[in-house]
Design a protein around this ligand. Structure first.
Ligand SMILES: [Zn+2]
Length: 112
């Protein structure tokens, strides 16, 4: 019989304890900690995770040909005001779709 003991840190109280087996399932120092953690997990699981809003990143816009105002701001790192001024000055072609401005990416690149 091996007399080897395995030192572990309890995931609940973080106290060091001796696990009787090498099995990685032994992660609590005591039944008390196990129950406490289990209750916590249960609580966590019942929390409703809000639906993630699509995040606008440069990478996501890389393959798009048309950009909205918000997307153009992110992609070209410009302010919305500059963009709107360009529209007013008729320096930028755009498509108006359902009250949303869409710009051709190449048009934006040309004037910015
Ligand atoms: Zn513990």
């Amino acid at each position: 019989m091996s007399r080897l003991r395995f030192k572990r840190n309890c995931v609940e109280c973080n106290e060091e304890f001796i696990a009787k087996t090498m099995a990685t399932t032994t992660i609590y120092c005591s039944l008390k900690c196990y129950k406490r953690n289990w209750r916590k997990q249960k609580k966590v699981n019942t929390v409703v995770i809000p639906k993630e809003k699509p995040i606008i990143t440069k990478e996501n816009l890389q393959n798009k040909h048309y950009l909205s105002v918000k997307e153009a701001v992110v992609f070209f790192e410009i302010s919305e005001n500059i963009l709107r001024r360009k529209i007013k000055e008729n320096k930028l072609n755009y498509v108006c779709l359902k009250n949303r401005f869409l710009f051709l990416k190449s048009d934006l690149a040309r004037i910015l």
